[in-house]
Design a protein around this ligand. Structure first.
Ligand SMILES: [Zn+2]
Length: 475
């Protein structure tokens, strides 16, 4: 007599759809709970461990009994708590690694319509329910996609013909990932080895348009310090002969962009060509909140400027009081943090060297600014592996669409490269619920309920499609 091992059973597609649909209220509620966790990586004592533990408990309850909170030490640095799981069903079956992050950007409450850490539901003009809150999209929605896909597939059954590894980190937004540098030095750590890597930290090109993100920009950042005097002195008594440190710094910063075109003016940076879809100017303006009188800058299409070219921003400044505390003193020492987004094919070390050389050369009046590197992460260019067709099909089936868009993302997810380096043969899927109207990193961040459902379904269908048949055991 033969009978099937429970692991041979794969749920019919319709059942996966039904299950995901029924799970939505529960996922929506759990996402709200996660938004209440103020897991802002850059504040003192953020409740990272508490958030991680809450997530681990959700996954244990969903059937991943191995989900635990761990930290990783690399050199002298210890990572933020991360949720790891290693669910081994069978040695010969596909191993999938599910990645998301639970840390969030800070939120300036004065700019928000509702409180950023109190999840709030509102229907939008398209009759789509949205959940507002910091991290609702970036990236707690990604945590929910993984949770929902696992719940839909495991349901009441025990093991599946699929090995699942979970990596939910808490330092993606901090700009310095211990896990990333650890992985670069330890690419063979079995906890991060997989045949398929699903990064649920991207989004569709617009709501309802199934999209695979195929490129990411990289990033380097540096602090530039200019010092001209031993200390502050009266601007009337001494101002004139001596360079004010802030004004000197401004001279340097102003050279980072071409004054006419607005292009990054640092020599030697790369650009990358790719068949990105068109980004309509009106959509871009609306989503970014560009004021009507502001002209766009830079040479090339909006897609190329966003995904394939470098861009430069000053993200922090020391040395001057706020305007409300302005005083008639010369600035003796000023520091700016310069952040440079990189084309997907740019080597970050080369970009940093070019930026540092540019800054040194741009310093006026014989000044010698001090340039210190703060962050560095390579971009990403997807390559099609053995699961490419299943990935596209799952996404199309989830949206009942006949094609998928192939987009880029202007932001950086440095860990993606580290995961790929650790798994050079694996497909790396970049998708998620962070479509443009979710305003990730901005005020009034939100996530669409229909996107959460469709993307969870896409992930569940993908996991279903890569389940390997297990030999039926005779007994
Ligand atoms: Zn993110």
């Amino acid at each position: 007599m033969r009978h099937e091992s429970p692991m041979t059973m794969v749920l019919p597609e319709q059942q996966v759809r039904d299950r995901v649909h029924r799970l939505v209220p529960e996922l929506w509620h759990a996402l709200g709970d996660l938004v209440r966790h103020r897991s802002v990586a850059t504040t003192p004592d953020p409740p990272l461990a508490v958030t991680a533990e809450a997530i681990a408990e959700m996954f244990r309850a969903a059937g991943l009994s191995t989900a635990t909170v761990e930290t990783i030490t690399h050199g002298t640095r210890k990572s933020a708590p991360m949720v790891l799981a290693d669910e081994v069903a069978h040695a010969g079956v596909t191993t999938v690694l599910l990645y998301a992050h639970y840390d969030v950007q800070p939120a300036d409450e004065s700019k928000w319509t509702t409180k950023p850490f109190e999840p709030t539901e509102r229907m939008d003009e398209n009759h789509d329910m949205r959940l507002y809150g910091r991290g609702a999209a970036d990236n707690k929605s990604g945590v929910m996609m993984h949770l929902g896909a696992i719940k839909a597939l495991y349901g009441d059954r025990g093991a599946l013909p699929l090995n699942i590894k979970l990596v939910i980190e808490g330092e993606e937004e901090s700009g310095t990932s211990v896990l990333e540098s650890y992985l670069a030095d330890n690419p063979d750590d079995p906890r991060f080895k997989a045949d398929l890597v699903i990064v649920a930290d991207a989004g569709n090109i617009e709501r309802g348009a199934p999209t695979l993100t195929e490129t990411l920009r990289g990033i380097v950042a540096a602090d530039v310090t200019v010092e001209t005097m031993a200390g502050k002195v009266h601007s009337g008594t001494y101002g004139g002969p001596v360079p004010d440190a802030f004004m000197a710094l401004v001279q340097i910063l102003a050279t980072l962009q071409d004054r006419k075109t607005g292009d990054v003016a640092i020599e030697g940076l790369t650009q990358y060509e790719h068949a990105w879809p068109t980004v309509p100017e009106a959509d871009y303006r609306r989503d970014a909140g560009v004021l009507p009188m502001t002209s766009l800058i830079g040479s090339g299409t909006i897609a190329k400027l966003l995904y394939g070219k470098p861009s430069v921003t000053v993200t922090g400044l020391n040395g001057l009081p706020l305007v409300s505390g302005a005083a008639n003193v010369l600035c003796a020492k000023a520091r700016a943090r310069v952040s440079l987004r990189l084309a997907p094919n740019q080597d970050p070390d080369e970009a940093y060297a070019a930026m540092a050389a540019h800054i040194m050369a741009a310093a006026p009046w014989g000044l010698k600014p001090v340039v210190k590197q703060i962050a560095s992460g390579a971009g990403f260019i997807a390559s099609a592996g053995e699961h490419q067709q299943q990935i596209e099909r799952a996404l199309m089936e989830a949206y009942h669409a006949s094609s998928v868009a192939r987009a880029g993302q202007g932001g950086s997810i440095p860990l993606v490269n580290a995961l790929r380096a650790a798994n050079p043969e694996a497909d790396v899927v970049l998708w998620g619920c962070e479509e443009p109207s979710s305003h990730a990193h901005g005020a009034d961040e939100s996530v669409s309920q229909s996107e959460l459902e469709h993307m969870t379904l896409a992930e569940a269908l993908l996991l279903r499609s890569v389940m390997s048949p297990i030999p039926i055991q005779a007994s």
